[in-house]
Design a protein around this ligand. Sequence first.
Ligand SMILES: NC(=O)c1ccc[n+]([C@@H]2O[C@H](COP(=O)([O-])OP(=O)(O)OC[C@H]3O[C@@H](n4cnc5c(N)ncnc54)[C@H](OP(=O)(O)O)[C@@H]3O)[C@@H](O)[C@H]2O)c1
Length: 341
Amino acid sequence: MDFIDSVRQLEERLARPSLQDIEVMRRLRGDIAILGAGGKMGPSLARRVKRASDAAGVARRVIAASRFSDPQIATELQRTGIETFRCDLLRRDEVSPLPLCENVLFLPGRKFGSTDRPDLTWAINTVVPANVATHFRDSRMVVFSTGNVYPLVTTGGKGSVETDDPGPVGEYAQSCLARERVFEFYAHEQGTRCLLFRLNYAIDLRYGVLVDIARKVHAGEPIDLTVSWFNTVWQGDADSYALRGLELCDSPPRILNVTGPEKISVRKVAQFFGRAFGCEPVLMGNDCGRALLSDASLCERLLGPPEIDLDTLLHWVAHWVEIGAPTLGKPTRFEVADGRF
Ligand SMILES: NC(=O)c1ccc[n+]([C@@H]2O[C@H](COP(=O)([O-])OP(=O)(O)OC[C@H]3O[C@@H](n4cnc5c(N)ncnc54)[C@H](OP(=O)(O)O)[C@@H]3O)[C@@H](O)[C@H]2O)c1
């Protein structure tokens, strides 16, 4: 197995386009904007889009817009030939100068801190979509959403499917459903083509549920089993699905669950990391019998299975934590059952 030993290697691996990515970038017409590009997923997604377009031999503008709270991210993107725009998408006057692109990958959102400033969460998850959908009315838009728009489901089944009714628990999840509804509204009113991209737990070695569990096992900290099943997907695969999802945009919007094919047990994963680190995981709490689980069969049928499987991910994460490589210090809080983030 080829392990990943450094942030440089990790960044390269995340942004390395697949043959299918390159094919889609060859077929697709027009420039591409990545909005909310300054967070955990945006930089690798923007670089993958740029590399796939270059490999396809297509000349197009790849534009990344964000507040860039960390200006270093913008500098690094510029170095790879990506144009950056610093803007607050909550402000209409800062959205209107953005160049119109045929293709938009929409990533802005707010989750953590939602209990302290619910007003801000609702504004970012609804006002930003309205500003963007009116400005980019003729674009195709992959709208990042979340599996949190579904209710918690019993852990015996395969998870929620796209045709299930939403049932968001808590204000963060409700505001995410509102984000979808705003785009749906503009799709109906303006014919804007969207894909509602319901993602569950991406993982890039610096963050993700597997990293949360591995770090706790390594540190001898207890692992909460209240929500004891989850789904996850390699961030590189999530980026690839998003990029290729541009070809699936439609009006009214199409919905797609995006995650790995497995329903994963917290207990089994903790035991795996325990064996890897030579220690006994500390497990606590009782399984509430419900979890946030999505069935990604449709994604697999339309776009194929993820390139990186769960076994590889588990070994990559174990190695990353074992060598003390950096993490973002942003726990997913997968154990939250009441929707309060
Ligand atoms: N990562 C996951 O596992 C996961 C799972 C489910 C759903 N999602 C959804 O997928 C999307 C991307 O995920 P992510 O992990 O990259 O999220 P993230 O780390 O929260 O990144 C989103 C970025 O959007 C930018 N942004 C927020 N408000 C903005 C505003 N008013 N104007 C301009 N930019 C703004 C921020 O960067 P700046 O500070 O640079 O502006 C922020 O870092 C999010 O909507 C998230 O909810 C992610």
